[in-house]
Design a protein around this ligand. Structure first.
Ligand code: PLP
Length: 398
């Protein structure tokens, strides 16, 4: 029977290869940074990582991970409520709550896990979920788990549509509005002031997944809420520790005491799965401390973002106006985006091409991600290489 399954999968994989959409894993031989040694490629310049603040290989973050391992070992070999929870997790969660401007926080092994733990726990049959159509896949899957709840999508960033759907769902017990803070494929920012206004008017609850806003937006990197002057005003924030905050893994929910206590009691990943390893929790705590001490990292990231967006514009690329570190360049066909990504890699520059089904058909793109750790020179090299690659593509077409 396995042979039949393997044969079917082989056929499907061959079709992906033939379509030019097969994803190749690139093997790195050193820590994540602006430049990384890649197997068979030498040292390459990375613009596809979420290492927004350059903390993934920061000496304090690395040392804290080692100290966490020495102090607590690999983990409790059990679920938190069954076999105890490390005081380190409590310390990390208190720091995350403070950072997020909320009463409490709870860590998960990833933000994917946090979204899946949160949404089906809060939403029952009497409730409704209203989710931006471009929300991250983890929110989409989490909504699927809330199978007894009415689930609606509103058009991306369309406040009139959201308002209309809030109007249509007046009779529901809890109306849960879900939005990314920064949309991961577009790099645009949610219209949070409008969403919060609408939520207040309609007595709805707002959840923001700020995975790409954390460490990036706001003067102190406290995310989309800080960017809009809304710290302390967002009902529920989820985010990741796997991007700006150390880049290892992990996620969290930050909210009221009642939401967090309910998650401890009922959220399935908390009840049936192990906690974040102490190494990772310890590194994330150190990353938060470095960020609090060095907000200039966020300022440097902001300057780098403005620099590359301006240079791309000068070079004739259309990059959306946005303060975020995600700069997509729309190419069109998936195979073209992947071919351009390969051509950039041949020039020592790592920019990932994304196509269907990650983004809608016909909107395949190169996604540039900027870090505070990049130099101006490195960013200028990327723009020059992009220009070369797109001119070569135009020539080949002519
Ligand atoms: N939410 C958003 C908006 C993301 O972009 C991502 C990662 O790409 C996640 C959640 C998942 O984060 P994690 O890697 O912590 O599971």
């Amino acid at each position: 029977m396995r042979e039949e399954l393997d044969a079917r999968l082989r056929q499907e994989l061959d079709a992906t290869r033939a379509a030019g959409t097969y994803k190749v894993l690139r093997h790195l031989q050193g820590p994540m940074g602006p430049e990384v040694p890649m197997e068979g490629r030498g040292t390459i310049l990375v613009l596809s990582s979420n290492n927004y603040l350059g903390l993934a290989n920061h000496p304090e973050v690395v040392a804290a991970g080692k100290a966490g391992l020495d102090r607590y070992g690999a983990g409790t070999a059990s679920v938190r409520f069954i076999c105890g929870t490390f005081e380190l997790h409590r310390e990390l969660e208190a720091a995350l709550a403070e950072f997020s401007g909320t009463e409490a926080a709870l860590s998960y092994v990833s933000c994917w896990n946090a979204n899946e733990g949160l949404i089906p726990t809060l939403a029952g049959p009497e409730d409704v979920i209203l989710s931006d159509e471009l929300n991250h896949a983890s929110i989409i899957d989490a909504c699927r788990l809330a199978s007894r709840t009415e689930r609606r999508r509103y058009k991306h960033g369309d406040m009139a549509d959201l308002a209309a759907q809030l109007g249509e769902t007046k009779d529901k017990r809890t109306r849960l509005i879900l939005t990314d803070g920064v949309f991961s494929m577009e790099g645009d920012v949610a219209k949070l002031p409008d969403i919060v206004d609408l939520a207040r008017k309609h007595r709805a609850v707002v959840m923001v997944d700020d995975s790409h806003g954390t460490g990036v937006l706001g003067r102190n990197g406290r995310g989309t809420a800080e960017h809009f002057g809304l710290l302390g005003e967002i009902d529920i924030i989820t985010s990741t520790l796997g991007k700006a905050l150390g880049g290892a893994a992990g996620g969290y929910v930050a909210s009221s005491n009642e939401v967090i206590e309910t998650l401890v009691q009922r959220s399935r990943p908390q009840l049936f799965s192990n906690a974040l390893p102490p190494t990772v929790a310890s590194s994330a705590l150190a990353a938060l401390q470095v960020l609090a001490r060095e907000p200039e990292r966020v300022a440097r990231l902001r300057e780098n973002v403005a620099h590359i967006r301006a240079r791309l514009k000068d070079a004739g690329f259309h990059a959306l106006e946005s303060p975020t570190a995600i700069v997509p360049i729309i190419i069109g066909k998936t195979a073209d985006a992947i071919a351009m990504s390969d051509a950039l890699l041949a020039r020592g520059i790592f920019v990932t091409g994304f196509g269907y089904p990650v983004v809608p058909e016909g909107t395949a793109r190169l996604r540039i991600q900027v870090s505070a750790a990049h130099t101006r020179d490195q960013l200028d090299r990327v723009v020059a290489a992009l220009r070369e690659v797109s001119e070569a593509k135009a020539k080949a077409r002519a």
